[in-house]
Design a binder for this molecule. Sequence first.
Ligand SMILES: Nc1nc2c(ncn2[C@@H]2O[C@H](COP(=O)(O)OP(=O)(O)O)[C@@H](O)[C@H]2O)c(=O)[nH]1
Ligand SMILES: [Mg+2]
Length: 374
Amino acid sequence: MCADVLASLQTPPGKGGIAVVLLKGPGAGLMLDRLFTPRYSRSHDLPGLLQLGALADNGAAIDEVVVRRFDGSVEVNLHGGPAVVKLALEAFARAGARVVPTNPADVFEPSHPRWNNPAIGGEMLHHLGCCRSPLALEALTTQWSAGLSELCASALKADCRISPDRLRSAAAGLDVMTKILNPPEVVIAGPANAGKSTLVNALVGRPVSIVNEQAGTTRDWVRVLTLFMGLPVWLTDTAGLMPEHAGLHDVDVEAMQRARQRAAQADLVLLVQDRPGQRSVDGVEGGLLLHVASKCDVAQPWPGADVAVCAEQEMGLDDLRKAVLTRLGLWAFDPSTPRAFTGRQHLLLMEAAGAIEKRAPREAAAALQAILTL
Ligand SMILES: Nc1nc2c(ncn2[C@@H]2O[C@H](COP(=O)(O)OP(=O)(O)O)[C@@H](O)[C@H]2O)c(=O)[nH]1
Ligand SMILES: [Mg+2]
């Protein structure tokens, strides 16, 4: 057994190019020797030496890895797929290591002004892999380097003489951060030939859906990640919703069913039409619908439409993006606003706000301190 070895994933969980696992503790080198076979040489005692080789558990291959030994620790560089990382951590655990969460102090330079804030730092590392755009990345990392960290630190410094509303508003920010880290699903629905696929292509900036004057061109739905004002959004193009009649092919009925299923699961549905017609989509609440008048170069925007676009000439697209972000509560997003991004931070902020209102500053301070240091 190597019970004195701690194994921790140093890179954000999720899909990635590489993953780094740190084995820390006096038995780390010995543990590695049992699972690792260097490809070229066994002369592995040189500190800092990089070695290429095979990681295997009882003869079962896990990955080809690069290892580096330093100060009694071992850094194992793996391929970054979640399955490989899982297998490697399981093998280290079977060999006797204790698998622990990442300690930010192992990742960041101690000279960083926030390095003594390991709780938000660790949670940030955990969520890094969810960031789908530079703005999303900024929104997350800022909570550690300023935002939420600074709010808690300044409240502690002021002996909790701070408006509880500021803490509550940071707690409420969890809703926005959740949407930033898990991009919202926006589904484009509407009658055949309304210009849905043209609109998706114009919004994404490349041809993801086939456009044709023939009705019923889009059969299965097409989903693509795109950015609206720097914020990631999943856009789904769907088959046209046609009036059901006896002559309809089975494949059209199936395509419409799939379109309705996607719409029913969406955070927002854009009902696109070049003339007034449908006011609703089966299974979608009215509050989740945005009415889009299309082809406004040749058709008058009809009354009741929320936005008018001409996708072919790329007109009205920014108005549409703004309307979508507004409905999703993401318009005018400022990444530096202090916001909770985990349920733990949310609960502790609410607890601190309640304690300040009850005039219990020590209780409030304990909750704020816990946000920073666990
Ligand atoms: N004049 C005009 N025609 C458009 C516009 N958008 C789409 N179309 C045309 O409408 C037809 C159907 O477009 P498409 O995007 O395939 O519609 P969908 O069936 O709703 O996906 C095609 O012939 C497009 O060229 C537009 O903004 N203006
Ligand atoms: Mg289409």
